[in-house]
Design a protein around this ligand. Structure first.
Ligand SMILES: *Cc1c(COP(=O)(O)O)cnc(C)c1O
Length: 387
């Protein structure tokens, strides 16, 4: 299916809404039926029609169809945020006594689910660095039923060999899920690489304007229906119609924004690499990246995130560098129009700061839609004051 068709046409039926070019927001909690037979049919299968917006909603449906097609999947569900999508995707696929193998240090709330919530129900997780298939094999136990990947993650950009892992998991009957937020299906089509359940936070590149949260799960019809019929309806964290409308609006420009952000990031990464105040840059598409070949083999260059390791060993200097930047907001998250900066040390108590640990000295930069030169001039002035 053409990307242009998916983004501009798929799922939109203007005859239903006076040929308005932009779809309406079906801001309704429930839907009326002509006959009892009709409502009975939807009671029997809530995924077959509109009855109550905790289940399906027409505005949300347009978004679901487009996101499923972008993932190359049969079906998608959209959630109020990425964490809810992860929660539902994992919960629907494990039971007491099961064992999960996960990549080390997944997104913080995913880690809390594995470390704190699931053990309450007798589900335990082992972590692997995950860069080789051998590690996954060696950590798999007879009761392992679920593999969780996040490739790349959003700070160190650690990568897993997706196809090797899914091929092995299929042999063993293990369900695979990936957090594909960094690359998006446009640059890393994980369903075609054998993944059972593809998750993305829509808060980042899909939303793209730092004004709303969202999450996506894509997979086979059977997988998505299983999640919808139980966990999705029980958790009640499906995306609201207005947020779905904002996401639809943003989706129109997502490929253009990502292209621009990716180009800016490549330009600025090349600049950063030359700066004497910077010890190294961490960027999956730079040859210095320790998994450069694996990155190049399974995703197209993409993204607005670069982590830099400053030369300075002083926490105060790192803090000053970040605070001197005029055009980068100090904030979490990424994927919006605006550039951001976040030093690792912001989350480390000052007395635990270890200057010899390069990650303690790391600063994550996110490049938005500003002109590259505008951002480079700002970085230059802030770096100059470090020497
Ligand atoms: C932000 C983020 C999430 C969580 O998404 P929310 O929409 O904030 O719940 C999950 N994974 C990654 C990689 C993220 O960056």
């Amino acid at each position: 299916m053409d990307l242009s068709y998916i983004i501009n046409e798929l799922g939109e039926d203007r005859e239903q809404y006076h040929r308005a070019v932009s779809p309406p927001i079906a801001q309704a909690s429930n839907f009326a039926f002509d006959t009892i037979a009709d409502i009975s049919n939807v009671f029997a299968d809530e995924m077959s029609g509109y009855i109550y917006s905790r289940g399906l909603n027409p505005t949300v449906d347009i978004l679901r169809k487009k996101l499923a097609a972008l993932d190359g999947a049969e079906e998608s569900l959209v959630f109020n945020n990425g964490a809810a999508a992860t929660y539902a995707g994992v919960m629907a696929n494990v039971k007491a006594g099961d064992h999960i193998v996960s990549v080390r240090d997944p997104y913080s709330w995913t880690k809390k689910l594995f470390d704190t919530i699931l053990p309450r129900y007798g589900v335990h997780t082992s972590y692997v660095d995950g860069g080789t298939i051998e590690e996954w094999m060696a950590t798999t136990q007879p009761n392992t039923t679920f593999y969780y990947l996040e490739s790349p993650n959003s700070w160190t950009f650690a990568i897993q060999p997706i196809q090797a892992i899914t091929a092995y998991a299929k042999q063993k009957g293990i369900v695979t899920m990936i957090d594909n937020s960094y690359a998006t299906p446009l640059y890393q089509p994980v369903i075609s690489m054998g993944i059972d359940l593809a998750m993305q936070t829509a808060t980042k590149y899909i939303g793209g304007h730092s004004d709303t949260l969202g999450g996506v799960l894509s997979g086979s019809k059977a997988m998505i229906k299983k999640i919808f019929d139980m966990d999705y309806l029980a958790i009640g964290s499906g995306m609201q119609p207005f947020n779905a409308w904002l996401m639809l609006r943003s989706l129109r420009t997502m490929p253009v924004r990502l292209e621009r952000i990716t180009r800016t990031t490549r330009t600025i990464a090349a600049f950063l690499k030359q700066q004497p105040q910077i010890e190294s840059i961490v960027y999956p598409f730079d040859e210095s990246f320790d998994q450069y070949e694996l990155a190049a083999s399974q995703m197209k260059p993409v993204g607005g995130l670069v982590t830099i390791i400053l030369q300075t060993r002083q926490r105060e200097q790192i803090v000053q560098f970040c605070e001197r930047l005029q055009h980068f907001l100090i904030a979490v998250s990424w994927g919006g129009h605006e550039s951001l900066v976040l030093p690792k040390c912001a989350g480390i108590p000052a007395e635990q700061f270890n200057p010899e640990d390069k990650w303690h000295r790391s600063v994550r930069l996110y490049f938005g839609l500003e002109e590259p030169d505008y951002l480079i001039r700002d970085l230059e002035q802030a770096l100059r004051q470090l020497t």
